[in-house]
Design a protein around this ligand. Structure first.
Ligand code: SD4
Length: 301
């Protein structure tokens, strides 16, 4: 039922997100349902300090979540700076399906979520609070290029946003992106992940792209849109990601030495590719083909 279907996700924990998404695709489900399922898996994961429950807080110790979801026909929804709601990607989907808008932020997003039946619940874990207290000792905002994977809650870590792109058996594309953003950000800071065109972009005519890393650079370059437009002009997913990285570097050559930016793309034929500013970015792919189903790929850099 799922022939031709495929899902890719950022970072090593993308394997788990892909598994959740694949359950949907293998049953003949839609790419949109698949990416939501994958994002929800990551949001519930207690080992990821950059997504959902267990995310690291901002400078003031407040955990604020950003998420977006997009279908290849142009439908999209997003939430930013959402507090105390465990599944921002599903709130983003509700914004898409139940409102005339595409994005809600802060208190308004939370109010909408509660009206839609999402439960308000404190999400900050003891480990994340302890990591924040530790950070307060120096209180320097210096994102690492690549984070150490957090093996258990509490280990310090930074880049781990989930971006997930899926193609279903009907040839429809969809994507989602979910994050708690850069650890120790200013309260109220919004990154690229909930911004359609920056952290995520999907167009059934061409393909889909998502991003991880220092979100300010994705916003500056409308980067996921850029990757999709480069594919529209004939670039392969990997080439498109590489050229988008070139653009990031040309704009900010000095800053580029000290930060990570990663792009992941899939075209409408299911070809995938990635490129990162610095070594260390991996993505997971699941296509139900023979052999290992959860392959991890090192992105070129
Ligand atoms: C942000 N892009 O909020 C996100 C952070 C990230 O892996 O990707 N971390 O800027």
């Amino acid at each position: 039922a799922a022939s031709g279907a495929r899902v890719v996700s950022t970072w090593d924990f993308g394997v788990g997100a892909n598994r959740a998404a694949w359950t949907v695709l293998a049953g003949g489900g839609s790419a949109l349902d698949a990416v939501e399922a994958g994002a929800r898996w990551a949001e519930a994961d207690l080992c990821n300090p950059t997504v959902g429950r267990c995310g690291n807080p901002d400078r003031d110790g407040v955990l604020t979540l950003d998420a977006s979801i997009m279908a290849g026909d142009g439908r999209c929804g997003a939430v930013a700076a959402l507090e105390d709601i465990a599944h921002p990607v599903s709130v983003a989907r509700a914004v898409m399906e139940k409102t005339p808008h595409v994005m809600l932020v802060g208190q308004g997003a939370q109010q909408f979520a509660v009206e839609q039946g999402f439960e308000k619940t404190p999400l900050l874990t003891d480990e994340a609070r302890a990591a924040w207290r530790e950070w307060l000792k120096t209180a320097k905002y210096e994102p690492q290029i690549n984070a150490e994977r957090r093996q258990r809650p509490g280990d310090a870590s930074n880049h781990d946003t989930l971006g997930i792109l899926a193609l279903d058996a009907q040839g429809r594309l969809a994507g989602a992106c979910t994050t708690s953003g850069m650890a120790w950000k200013l309260h109220g800071r919004v990154g690229d992940s909930p911004i359609v065109g920056a952290g995520l972009y999907v167009d059934n005519e061409v393909g889909a792209a998502t991003a991880s890393g220092v979100g300010e650079e994705m916003v500056r370059n409308a980067a996921s849109f850029l990757v999709v437009e480069l594919m529209r002009q004939g670039r392969s997913p990997a080439q498109a990601c590489r050229e988008a990285i070139d653009r990031v570097v040309r704009k900010r050559p000095e800053a580029s030495k000290r930060m990570q930016v990663c792009f992941l793309a899939m075209n409408k034929h299911g070809e995938t590719g990635a490129f990162a500013l610095h070594k260390g970015f991996v993505y997971a792919m699941q296509d139900g083909g023979p052999g290992p189903h959860d392959r991890l790929h090192d992105a070129a850099s």
